[in-house]
Design a protein around this ligand. Structure first.
Ligand code: AMP
Length: 214
């Protein structure tokens, strides 16, 4: 199954994508993760992307589309995938449809995970990620047993560079202006399902899974 997860920064897309990946045996493809890996590896692409990411702006479509095209060509994406953080604007959505059409495929379902604005802010400012295994925590809602240390693997927890208040408000504005219209795009294609992203992670997963089985 080919799935797009839509939702504001902090809506829990990444958490749900990881759980769906385990449940369905198809890869999570997060353009944010791919870009952060390129930035840490200091590749030419990473160096180009860094300034936009630090400012909370979108990285150019050209860079992101090139990366997605390469990733979708890998063998594990043949049986399906969960796109997390892509597409992020109309041009990317149209380019994705065109790319898939070239190989006779299309998106099966777009799931919009909806969360109130105030909750998004708390989730983003409190978010911590394990530098070793990628596990996600939140200092307000789901803190690790020991501050700064991953419960699962003992790795160091980090606060993402772009999870500071100024960049967060910019990222939320960019979402509203550029990404939110994709809800209508997928609605018009008859592929959209909207679920509430508030409450327990397991309940949200159940809601997402139900829309995928419907
Ligand atoms: P994320 O982890 O999805 O919140 O992405 C972090 C940052 O990476 C965003 O604020 C953007 O600067 C950049 N980014 C991730 N995905 C995309 C995309 N599809 N298009 C453009 N920029 C992106």
């Amino acid at each position: 199954m080919r799935i797009v997860l839509l939702g504001a920064p902090g809506s829990g897309k990444g958490t749900q994508a990881k759980l769906l990946m385990e449940q369905r045996g198809i890869p999570q493809i997060s353009t944010g993760d791919l870009l952060r890996a390129a930035v840490s590896a200091k590749t030419a692409l990473g160096l180009k992307a860094k300034a936009a990411m630090d400012a909370g702006e979108l990285v150019s479509d050209e860079i992101v589309l090139g990366m997605v095209r390469e990733r979708l060509a890998e063998p594990d994406a043949e049986r399906g995938f969960i796109l997390d953080g892509f597409p992020r604007n109309g041009a990317q959505a149209a380019a994705l449809d065109a790319l898939l059409a070239e190989i006779g495929q299309d998106i099966d379902r777009a799931v919009h995970i909806q969360v109130a604005f105030d909750e998004l802010l708390k989730r983003l400012t409190g978010r911590r990620t394990c530098t070793q295994c990628g596990a996600l925590y939140n200092v307000y809602f789901s803190p690790p047993r020991q501050e700064g240390v991953c419960d699962r693997c003992g790795g160091t927890l980090m606060h993402r560079d772009d999870d500071n208040e100024q960049t967060i408000s910019r990222r939320l504005r960019v979402y509203q202006e550029q990404t939110q219209p994709l809800v209508d795009y997928y609605q018009a294609q008859g592929k959209l399902a909207t679920v509430s992203g508030s409450g327990e992670v397991a309940d949200i997963l159940r809601r997402v899974s139900e829309t995928l089985s419907a």
